[in-house]
Design a protein around this ligand. Structure first.
Ligand SMILES: Nc1nc2c(c(=O)[nH]1)N[C@H]1C(S)=C(S)[C@@H](COP(=O)(O)OP(=O)(O)OC[C@H]3O[C@@H](n4cnc5c(=O)[nH]c(N)nc54)[C@H](O)[C@@H]3O)O[C@H]1N2
Ligand SMILES: Nc1nc2c(c(=O)[nH]1)N[C@H]1C(S)=C(S)[C@@H](COP(=O)(O)OP(=O)(O)OC[C@H]3O[C@@H](n4cnc5c(=O)[nH]c(N)nc54)[C@H](O)[C@@H]3O)O[C@H]1N2
Ligand code: SF4
Ligand SMILES: [Mo]
Length: 664
């Protein structure tokens, strides 16, 4: 019997450290969270607990060409030949690499990009998740890193803002709850939907979607009025305060209430709590920055702690905070070729136009996760497009592939996972030998390079050698050998009072934004909805009214993964009782949700968790008829950061018929 330490490679805030017990026959006996890890502290989420079971379900077992099992040589020869022909005929700008969040390991995800960088394939900006928030924070703070989770135990007020942490970051949430218990801290949740996190809060603020800028300015106004602003800090560390004050004065509580629906008395209570409880942590979720003005929402919210005199008193994804040389690992800095970059959010538009003739996909399930699916799938299905997918499991995207290649899961290979929710890394060793005919991403990359007769030495380097070099300036203590010994090491981050803005200070009014032709201070603009015909005439309801459809992560799934364990992502839609009444919808009725891009069906759940005019669904689900939720979402990127607009999706609703109740 032995214990093997590994790190969960899923796209998740927590990057848990896992301990597997394996018997002498190599079989896994048990898995638990590492009790000594400062973040994981002994428990795993429902997905982590089921990873072992998932090892043998729905796996891609062997290479497939046009749905037929073939050996690796044949699959790789066909892939390389097609790739070579495509480059000869259409140039490398017709080759697209799609790689995203399936595995957060540096070897599986980043090192494996080397061959694609060597040939100059087009890649994406990776903007589907958090880029808009990062760019928003950078405008005022120079970069986007904030509070580290290990600092949370000294916090007196947690404000989870558009962050469903109990579900999406269970270990960070546990740290906040424990701090509340030990210090008497308070937890506030600001979210249009009362989800699992809000239910555990001391105070819930439920603004209408997309009105957080109004709310943030309203709060800043009250904080200043009540003498909570820290003038000494503001004078020493910030610029543009007079402009902020002027904008905030436009946001008296009554106007904030009219715009956001947040009662002015409640806003005053929130300002008292914010003012009196310091240090606070404004915990900014990814959900806050996924609408038409998402980057601006993050900008506005992030300014609150600066008014209160805190250095970067917010938490946001730490994805850009570390000193790992990613361009070296991916090979980007090793080649003269400057590959084209397309917006990930707009993939549907590029792919459907036939801009790409060869698409190589690994660690991503774009046939469910990118917006404007009807158009995206038309693109994937084009006769002149060749699609290769390297994945651990069969997915919707493998359905569109000409070639499917089996990949080892994170339990079957070694890697180094870089977290984005905290700053501890630990080398992962394989827990079990490969269970399928899988080959790793790094190996496949090198085999393709050989078949393409590529001569660059850096394509054939040992991944570990590459990582040791790329991490040389990144560790707080220890070195590569310490990492290989299995010790958890902290990654270096910049001090929180360092601001790489043009002025070297926190810029309330961003000079960089002004230079880009954007407002220096974020401005509130409404997410407009078409109110449609209001009247109810006989049995004709207000089905012309538009709703805002929100969606967010749920506990049992990581994006589209784990459906082989927990069943399909439930296609339920939450609707407020008032709206349900007007539309004569009963619980469990089958509804059609539609807009100009597409339609889906879903089962009604009548609940006060969402306000009138707002619907909510688990993200990335599929209708009974197979239509994906992303048929409804826009592929037009946000202005700042080119991020998605999932949470400002407008839909109309039509009742179909009652269907039986399914439990979530
Ligand atoms: N409607 C809607 N859509 C959204 C969002 C939303 O809020 N609403 N959110 C967006 C966000 S935040 C994100 S991050 C994206 C996520 O989008 P994706 O990155 O497409 O996420 P997954 O669906 O998890 O797909 C990951 C794929 O990687 C595979 N995989 C897992 N491990 C490995 C491995 O070790 N090797 C290889 N080769 N493959 C592996 C999995 O089997 C799976 O097919 O979705 C976005 N899409
Ligand atoms: N269980 C689980 N955990 C995950 C994932 C998963 O798939 N499953 N995925 C991981 C990934 S890739 C990501 S990006 C994160 C996402 O996790 P989070 O950062 O928590 O973000 P979301 O789940 O997208 O949304 C969080 C909240 O934002 C709210 N929201 C939407 N619009 C607005 C608005 O205008 N204002 C305010 N104040 N709130 C708004 C939603 O109602 C939702 O409750 O989770 C990670 N963790
Ligand atoms: S999915 Fe997240 S919470 Fe669950 S085990 Fe993995 S890292 Fe931990
Ligand atoms: Mo994400």
């Amino acid at each position: 019997m032995k214990e093997i330490f590994t790190v969960c490679a899923r796209d998740c805030y927590d990057s848990c450290s896992m301990i597997f017990k394996v018997n002498d026959n190599g079989n896994i006996i048990s898995v638990k969270g590492d009790p000594h890890h400062p973040i994981t502290r002994g428990f795993l989420c429902p997905r982590g607990a089921k990873d072992v079971e998932r090892l043998t379900k729905n796996r891609v077992d062997s290479p497939l060409v046009s749905g037929v099992n073939v050996d690796w040589n044949k699959a790789l020869d066909i892939t390389a030949t097609k790739l070579r022909q495509t480059i000869e005929k259409h140039g490398s700008e017709s080759v697209l690499l799609l790689n995203y969040s399936g595995n957060m390991g540096l070897i599986s995800s980043v090192f494996a990009q080397r061959v694609w960088n060597a040939i100059g394939a087009v890649r994406t900006d990776g903007g589907l998740c958090s880029n808009s928030g990062h760019r928003g924070l950078e405008l005022h703070y120079g970069d986007s890193h904030g509070i580290l989770p290990e600092e949370l135990s000294a916090i007196d007020l947690f404000v989870f803002w558009g962050f469903n942490a109990k579900v999406s970051a269970p270990h960070l949430w546990a740290l906040a709850v424990e701090t509340r218990k030990e210090r008497g801290s308070k937890i506030v949740v600001i979210d249009p939907r009362i989800g699992k996190t809000a239910k555990k809060a001391d105070l819930i603020i439920q603004p209408r979607p997309g009105t957080d800028i109004a709310l943030a300015y309203g709060l800043i106004y009250l904080l200043i009025q009540r003498g909570f602003s820290d003038q000494t800090f503001i004078d020493r560390w910030t610029t543009g305060y007079a402009l902020l004050e002027e904008e905030a004065r436009r946001w008296k509580p009554e106007r904030v209430e009219a715009v956001s629906g947040v009662n002015s008395a409640l806003l005053k209570i929130l300002s008292e709590i914010y003012g009196n409880r310091r240090p606070s942590a404004t915990m900014i979720g990814i959900g806050l920055q996924k609408n038409d003005f998402g980057a601006d929402q993050v900008r506005a919210v992030s300014l609150i702690p600066a008014v209160l005199g805190m250095h970067r008193g917010f938490f946001y994804s730490l994805g850009n905070s570390f000193f790992i040389d990613m361009d070296f690992i991916s090979g980007q800095s090793l080649t003269e070729k400057k590959p084209g970059i397309v917006e990930q959010v707009a993939l549907a538009d590029y792919v459907s136009k036939g801009d790409f003739k060869f698409i190589y996909i690994y660690g991503m399930n774009p046939a469910l996760t990118v917006p404007n699916q009807d158009l995206f799938r038309q693109g994937l299905s084009r006769d002149d497009v060749f699609v290769v997918v390297h994945d651990t499991h069969f997915s919707k995207t493998t359905d569109f592939a000409d070639v499917v290649l089996p990949a080892p899961s994170f339990l079957e290979k070694e890697d180094l996972v870089v977290p984005w929710g905290h700053n501890y890394i630990r080398y992962s060793y394989p827990v079990v030998p490969p269970l399928t005919q899988c080959r790793s991403e790094a190996q496949v990359m090198q085999e393709l390079a050989l078949r393409l007769d590529l001569k660059e030495n850096w394509l054939f380097q040992e991944p570990k050698e590459v990582l040791s070099e790329a991490l040389s300036g990144a560790l707080e203590w220890g070195d590569w050998n310490t990492l290989l010994s299995g010790t958890a090491i902290k990654l270096k981050t910049r001090p929180r009072d360092f601001y790489p803005t043009p002025s070297g200070k926190i810029e309330f009014s961003s000079s960089t934004a002004l230079e880009m032709g954007i407002e220096g201070l974020p401005q509130y603009l409404p997410l407009r909805c078409d109110e449609g015909k209001k009247a109810r005439v006989g049995k004709l309801h207000i089905s012309e009214k538009e709703f805002i459809l929100l969606n967010s992560a749920t506990s049992k799934y990581t994006s589209t993964q784990f459906q082989e364990i927990f069943g399909p992502i439930p296609t339920i839609v939450e609707i407020n009782p008032e709206d349900a009444d007007i539309l004569q919808i009963k619980d469990a009725d089958k509804l059609k949700l539609y807009n100009s891009l597409g339609h889906i069906t879903a089962e009604a759940r009548i609940t006060c968790s969402v306000p009138s005019g707002v619907l909510w669904m688990p993200r990335q689900s599929e209708s009974e008829g197979g239509e994906p939720q992303n048929s409804l979402t826009s592929s037009v990127p946000q202005e700042i950061g080119k991020g998605p607009r999932f949470n400002s999706t407008r839909v109309k609703v039509k009742k179909l018929k009652s269907i039986k109740n399914t439990k979530v």
